[in-house]
Design a protein around this ligand. Structure first.
Ligand SMILES: [Zn+2]
Length: 172
């Protein structure tokens, strides 16, 4: 049985726009068509949409087809990425593929951020560098206590002399 899943976008719903017409045409061609109402459509979260889609689809095989609209496209591809199985075909309509703070959890979002830092190194080099905004745990000597402590810092190297910089202060 060939199945088609039509996945709507942000603020979408099963009866929206071209979904009912497409559903009807595909049913004429003997596809079983489902247009699930995705959870909390006004506030789509990729982390809830993927498991929801997985549940709706059930057994994924080469007779499973997907049509996505907008953020529905991202949901389909991220779902398939995790399944690691072959599906029939995927059709993406006006795909919205970027994760942003509306569609991903906070931690993942932080990992995509970068900070642009201007620095002046003791070797005399003045540079500007883009580094991941997310701080890493590093061992640094605490000068007051005189021993090493784990701190969260942005770490980068001078582009000329490779001296390491650690920024532990929170930036605005
Ligand atoms: Zn330097």
């Amino acid at each position: 049985m060939k199945r088609v899943f039509i996945i709507h976008g942000w603020g979408g719903f099963p009866g929206e726009g071209w979904f009912p017409g497409l559903k009807k045409e595909l049913e004429k061609k003997n596809f079983k068509v489902e247009v699930p109402s995705m959870p909390d459509s006004e506030h789509p979260k990729i982390e809830t949409w993927i498991p929801f889609l997985k549940k709706v689809v059930g057994k994924l095989d080469e007779e499973t087809y997907f049509v996505g609209h907008s953020i529905g496209c991202q949901t389909i591809l991220r779902y398939l990425e995790k399944e690691n199985k072959k599906c029939g075909k995927v059709i993406l309509v006006a795909p919205w593929m970027n994760l942003d703070k509306n569609t991903m959890n906070e931690e993942e979002y932080e990992e995509t951020l970068t900070a642009c830092i201007k620095y002046e190194c003791s070797c005399g080099y003045k540079g500007e560098i883009e580094v991941p905004f997310k701080r890493k745990k590093v061992m640094r000597l605490d000068e007051e206590e005189g021993k090493k402590k784990a701190v969260e810092a942005l770490v980068f190297e001078c582009e000329k002399c490779k001296k390491k910089f650690y920024i532990t202060k929170k930036m605005k």
